[in-house]
Design a protein around this ligand. Structure first.
Ligand code: ZN
Length: 152
């Protein structure tokens, strides 16, 4: 079948417009290392994402019990309280207080050389809200954190 040239062109334009519109970022991709740092200070996702995926790779060598990293997402004002509750929850709980509604999402705690991920619904986020991603290992959230920018 042969389509007129103009029809092909408009199809291509439509496809391009659709792609530009329907391409919000839905992945938070982070690396953590033995210096207690994430590689990013800011990540951006859209509240329109059906599913937001958090990917974490620990590029260091130290074990999870001395240099464990995870990624927790919460409203920025909740970071300090969650971090305190995480210490109470202890290592056996992966430094995550169980059933804490302030935690919007969290990956498992991992050690050097490992990687992990978690997913959550974008509808848990509000565009323009103040959100932070951080590591809940004791003492890490002071510097091991970044801003999660949420777009429409
Ligand atoms: Zn950490």
């Amino acid at each position: 079948m042969k389509l007129p040239r103009i029809a092909l062109l408009s199809l291509a334009l439509l496809a391009a417009a659709g792609a530009a519109q329907a391409a919000p970022n839905c992945t938070i991709k982070l690396k953590g290392d033995d210096r207690m740092q994430y590689d990013l200070k800011t990540a951006t996702v859209s509240a329109a994402c059906k599913t937001v995926t958090i990917q974490l790779a620990h590029t260091g060598k130290l074990a999870a019990n001395v240099m464990g990293h995870n990624v927790v997402v919460s409203a920025t004002p909740d970071v300090a309280a969650i971090s305190a509750a995480a210490i109470k929850a202890g290592a056996a709980a992966g430094y995550l207080p169980k059933g804490d509604a302030r935690i919007l999402a969290a990956t498992p705690m991992i050690g050097g050389g490992a990687s992990t991920k978690a997913t959550f619904a974008g509808s848990k986020l509000k565009a323009g809200g103040a959100y932070t991603f951080f590591c809940s290992f004791p003492g890490h959230s002071g510097i091991m954190k970044g801003t999660l920018v949420v777009t429409k």
